[in-house]
Design a protein around this ligand. Sequence first.
Ligand code: GLN
Length: 340
Amino acid sequence: MIGANSMKSMVTDYLDEVLEDVRPGDRGAPASYIPEPANVDPDKFGVSLATIDGKVYGSGDTETEFTIQSIAKPFVYALALEDRGFRDVLKRVSVEPSGEAFNELSLDEEGRPLNPMINAGALTTHSLVGGDDWTQGQCLQRIIDGLSAFAGRRLQVDERVCGSELDHAHRNLSIAHMLRSYDIFPQDPRVIVEGYTRFCSLLVSTRDLSSMAATLANKGINPITGEKVVSGRVVRQVLSVMTTCGMYDAAGDWVTQVGIPAKSGVAGGLIGALPGQIGVATFSPRLDEHGNSVRGVRLFERMSRDMGIHLMEVPPSVQTVIRNTAVLVQDLTDDEKARG
Ligand code: GLN
């Protein structure tokens, strides 16, 4: 029988071990489309894992804050579904993988953004949060409150990043004007881009993100605070779309190699949610050509292999995921002993 304390140290030992294995190399570069994220320390690296029974484990830079960026998109989608219902949201945003970059100017044959994980889709889901008679301020507050409930603490906007993004928001403004011209939403496109940019600039740590992911893994109930944030039906929709569209045009590679619903952001964050089990979050700012964190992807690949969490494998119970990790650490330690 493994006690709670030794379990904690075993899981933490395992996370320490994989973090150090994945750390070498400096492939990729932090996002440079605005001056602010380019100023981050590219060597920051952390991982947090939250279970659906409310335990959080971590290694490395788990308290470092960075902007959430596109990782906000699945949560804003969840709030839009919750507020407007499936019919209204699906009328405006489809659920098809785009195979395109996140900031592509594209619509499907019915004039809808292809999915809520690309910018065109997220600007639209933002326009749907709240009700028709809500002010923009109320809608944005609803999003910040909602994302904070997923995280289990009050999140703050990084005003410097937000200002810098707004000064360089030409691409998102052009997408929003395109959406407005197709009557996808009635609001002023500049107001929608401003709101979108503010929620993309919310500061989070891997600890926060693991709790957000674990809330998705736990049918919409934050396992740490116990708060019900969205319904189970909404979560199923969000996790499905994350599976097919969460990693942009690398979604196919991700599903085959890692096999769990995920979402990345340009600041270097990455989350994965294994339904009924765990939420995992990594942070490392160097990005690959798709805009996904290089070390984050490697870390998830390694954890998926070690812990057997690929969705297409027979799902282990939460105890097994954690226990496998502990056993694995034991094996690694035994190996080391054998090697002297
Ligand atoms: N704020 C970024 C943008 O809209 C977010 C994109 C991302 O994280 N992929 O361009």
